[in-house]
Ligand binder design. Structure first.
Ligand code: IPE
Ligand code: IPE
Ligand code: MG
Length: 238
């Protein structure tokens, strides 16, 4: 682990966007763009390790992405399994724990099995945490959390008044994961697309025109340097 950054950046979250456009501009198929995107993931995980960023959350597949053509979804699921196979050694070597957020029940069983094996295998690792947001939608996550709490009330294990912002967060998929300090979105789109709506309350946002497959360590450093200059006031006086 490198020396800590002057302003703590524990958790970086990334909306990895622009794979399709990257491929289109090269006259390639969209899947080639996703494949190149997987390389950018590798570089970013490495960059975070070098910068001493402990948590990295990657928005890999949204709940809404299920509405894409079946062929693209299938290819993305295949790519995910390939990524898990290929990166397993790295996670092991660098003692990085793998976690997931999202509604995994919608993933194909083989993908789910590979994921739970990788998560299980890394559960004791403490050098860093890679969180994959898969079949993830923040509104859906919040509703699932509300439902869990409602069940506790229905079963007499909690009273409505027990609900606070702190313990509500314990019902979210991100339980145990600190809120993101910085969210990066590539490809020039300036929206959150249903990503970490609750958790991003006080996250700093950083946008770049760069398409995800072109994202690299230099740009990661630029984002982190920019973050270092931000004043995080949390509603207080500066
Ligand atoms: C991001 O790239 C990857 C996923 C959403 C799975 P896109 O596939 O959204 O690429 P663009 O936005 O069409 O360029
Ligand atoms: C957001 O990208 C989801 C992921 C990066 C996985 P999209 O390309 O799906 O988002 P929109 O449709 O442009 O908002
Ligand atoms: Mg997109």
């Amino acid at each position: 682990m490198k020396k800590p950054l002057p302003k703590p950046l524990r958790h970086l979250a990334v909306i990895m966007d622009g794979n399709g456009r990257w491929a289109e501009r090269r006259g390639l198929s969209r899947i080639e763009g996703h494949r190149a995107g997987a390389e950018a993931v590798r570089r970013t995980v490495e960059g975070c390790r070098e910068l001493g960023i402990t948590y990295l959350t990657l928005y890999a597949f949204s709940d809404e992405n299920w509405q894409r053509p079946a062929e693209e979804v299938k290819q993305l699921m295949h790519l995910l399994r390939q990524f898990l196979r290929r990166r397993r050694q790295d996670l092991h070597k660098h003692r990085i724990r793998l976690l997931t957020i999202g509604d995994l029940s919608r993933l194909p069983k083989a993908t789910r099995d590979d994921l739970s094996a990788a998560v299980e295998e890394s559960r004791e690792y403490e050098n860093g945490v890679l969180v994959l947001a898969l079949s993830y939608g923040s509104r859906q996550e919040i509703v699932r959390a509300a439902r869990r709490f409602a069940h506790e009330v229905a079963e007499g294990r909690a009273a409505p008044e027990d609900l606070t912002t702190e313990n509500f967060a314990h019902h979210l998929d991100t339980v145990g994961i600190p809120d993101p300090d910085l969210i990066i979105r590539t490809s020039g789109e300036m929206r959150l697309s249903n990503f970490l709506l609750w958790q991003a309350s006080y996250a700093e946002l950083w946008f770049t025109e760069t398409l995800w497959p072109d994202f690299g360590q230099e740009e990661l450093r630029k984002a982190v340097a920019d973050f270092q200059g931000r004043e995080r006031r949390y509603g207080r006086r500066g």
